[in-house]
Design a binder for this molecule. Structure first.
Ligand SMILES: NC(=O)c1ccc[n+]([C@@H]2O[C@H](COP(=O)([O-])OP(=O)(O)OC[C@H]3O[C@@H](n4cnc5c(N)ncnc54)[C@H](O)[C@@H]3O)[C@@H](O)[C@H]2O)c1
Length: 357
């Protein structure tokens, strides 16, 4: 089989994880070209990873390079334009999460993937973790029974990434669209992808981007938003409840900054036969022989960054080269954006927002 010719649009932080994924399968992939609007950055990146050609305009790259597959790893506001241009140029696309700025943009991207017949995979990397695999195995075997309630938490005490992440013109929103998206999608994926029908949410911006007067965040971020060219105009905390068509409800909490003891990122699913929680690995709670029991799998069930990204990228190339059904398809990206839109709308109006199809 011929190697897939790959391009990367946006050579910032997360593009390194995509590049590592491609470099892990050198017999199947050739990273032919990379693109970023920042010339110095893309030049250095191409040199570092030995990529033969670099561009500052993705339309030029797409016109010249005849790419089979493209990673879209720009800030959120550029996802739609880059992904659509790549598909129209004949390339299959993996687009980072969140799929777009909102559901209208996401729908346009989805429509183009249908029209062109190109793969449009969304970067829901949590679907490839060992924790997700463990939960999916137990859930699919009926261990939890019918799942009727879930909690998704992604809380940082002091973790605003700063820069464009805090500026709604580039990001589309704050911790909900940046962090909540990961755990909301994971819950929905594990629960068998029910359709959301409404959401009630609140957002706050009480603490702002910078904490402890210039001290580094506990994640090492130095957002210094006040000195940056970007504005901070997104929420710093969101809480919401989402209803699904199968009767399940999900509560989600996401923060860049919140007065909690320590950062937390976990999901919980509650079913008629058992419950589960993943924090650092999976645990199950049920009863047996008249006793409550807690089950901790002996084999590995922790989300690990690099193996999960490598699995995600290898899966994308499998979809492109072997027609494998996509595990994180664009339709799920659209649904996630509908959930996010509804939460922001509800926070604005003070009322539950309905999700329509
Ligand atoms: N899956 C994950 O765990 C994960 C983690 C971090 C970020 N992300 C997502 O990845 C995306 C990028 O985040 P990041 O942290 O790498 O940001 P970043 O700021 O480090 O990189 C983004 C890059 O995109 C470039 N860019 C913007 N518009 C462009 C355009 N039109 N053409 C070419 N390049 C363009 C910028 O110049 C910048 O270099 C975001 O959507 C973010 O939500 C996902």
């Amino acid at each position: 089989m011929e190697k897939a010719r790959v391009g990367i649009i946006g050579t910032g932080g997360i593009s390194h994880a995509h590049m590592t994924g491609y470099k892990a399968i050198p017999d199947r992939v050739d990273v032919a070209a990379v693109c970023d609007i920042d010339e110095e950055k893309v030049k250095a990146y191409a040199t570092k990873f030995n990529v033969p050609r670099w561009y500052t305009d993705y339309n030029e790259m797409l016109a010249k390079e005849n790419l089979d597959a493209v990673s879209v790893t720009t800030w959120n506001a550029a996802h739609k334009g880059a992904a659509i241009a790549a598909m129209r140029a004949g390339a299959n696309v993996i687009c980072e999460k969140p799929m777009a700025m909102n559901a209208v943009e996401a729908q346009e991207m989805y429509d183009v993937s249908k029209e062109t017949g190109k793969v449009l995979q969304i970067g829901f990397v949590r679907r490839y973790g060992a924790d997700a695999a463990m939960l999916k195995k137990f859930i699919d075997a009926g261990t939890l029974g019918d799942i009727y309630y879930a909690k998704a938490t992604y809380l940082r005490r002091s973790g605003c990434p700063g820069g464009w992440f805090g500026d709604i013109r580039y990001s589309g929103g704050g911790p909900l669209i940046d962090l909540g998206v990961h755990v909301m999608d994971l819950v929905r994926y594990l629960a068998g992808c029910p359709k959301p029908v409404s959401a009630y949410g609140v957002t706050y911006n009480n603490l702002g981007p910078d904490r402890a007067s210039g001290a580094k965040s506990n994640l090492g971020y130095e957002s210094n938003q006040t000195k940056s060219k970007y504005e901070f105009n997104v929420e710093d905390f969101t809480s919401a409840m989402i209803r699904f068509d199968n009767g399940m409800t999900l509560t989600v909490e996401a923060s860049f900054n919140l007065n909690i003891k320590q950062d937390r990122g976990d999901i919980e699913l509650f079913g008629t036969k058992g419950g589960t929680k993943i924090t650092d690995g999976a645990e199950f709670f049920t009863d047996m022989n008249g006793e409550f029991i807690n089950i901790t799998p002996a084999s590995k069930s922790v989300f690990e960054f690099t193996p999960s990204f490598n699995a995600e990228i290898a899966h994308f190339i499998d979809c492109v080269q072997n027609g494998v059904p996509c595990r994180a398809p664009a339709e799920d990206g659209v649904i996630l954006m509908k959930m996010i839109d509804a939460i922001y709308e509800s926070a604005r109006t003070g009322h539950e927002a309905l999700i329509t199809y």
